[in-house]
Design a protein around this ligand. Structure first.
Ligand code: GRF
Length: 211
């Protein structure tokens, strides 16, 4: 059977620093990812991610709920942007807001998120940034990791696409652990996106089959 190879058009949604965004852009530019980041959207006007996008001449958008009078108008702004840039895949990379059910349904199985732990452990609302790594250390875990998963209507509950373990060492601080996990994130997110580009992903209920 012939595989459908496609240069996927990716929208990245980010609220902060943007190191995963940078890793995705670099993977695309170096040919490791058959795709292109076509728009970067943030709920924060001063997000580092928007600056990174500008450095690469990628269109940026600042969309936050306060700019719109209704939830529907807010959703429409996202959907219009995705249509305008002919987006195939939406990658949440440190995006701190929940997308509405309407958007999740419109892009079913086409929205990904990255989480800096092995879900379902250490995930859910309020579990972000150093809090995740602090919780892993407090629990005394010997391993943690990275999860790239499909986004559903809740926080961090969609089926995993790729997961990778990262060791926890006795001398770790939340910061040292975050740095070790982040290195893996930067490799795993482009890898997961490449599976979509290669048409190798099939979602069967909670199981993401890599063909
Ligand atoms: C990453 O640790 C990611 O797993 C989490 O938020 C962080 C974003 O970092 N969802 P960056 O903005 O990509 O540098």
């Amino acid at each position: 059977m012939e595989r459908e190879f496609k240069r996927i058009r990716i929208a990245v949604l980010a609220s902060g620093r943007g190191s995963n965004l940078a890793a995705i852009i670099e993977a695309a530019q170096s040919g490791k990812l058959d795709g292109e980041v076509v728009v970067v959207i943030s709920n924060k006007a001063d997000a580092g991610a928007l600056n990174i996008a500008r450095q690469y001449n990628i269109p940026t958008l600042h969309l936050s709920r306060e700019q719109f009078s209704t939830e529907e108008e807010f959703d429409t702004a996202f959907l219009r942007a995705f249509e305008k840039y002919q987006v195939d895949i939406i990658a949440l990379a440190g995006y701190m807001k929940k997308l509405s059910a309407k958007i999740v349904r419109a892009y079913k199985n086409k929205i990904l998120n990255i989480h800096p732990a092995l879900l379902p452990a250490f995930g859910g609302k309020g579990m972000y940034g150093l809090k995740v790594h602090q919780a892993v250390l407090d629990y005394g875990c010997k391993v943690t990791g990275v999860t790239v998963h499909i986004v559903d209507e809740e926080y961090d509950t969609g089926p995993p696409v790729l997961q990778e373990c990262v060791p926890v060492y006795p001398e770790d601080t939340p910061e040292s652990l975050a740095a070790r996990v982040l290195e893996v994130e930067h490799r795993l997110y482009p890898q997961a996106l490449q599976l979509f580009a290669e048409g190798r992903i099939e979602v069967q209920g909670r199981k993401v089959i890599v063909k």
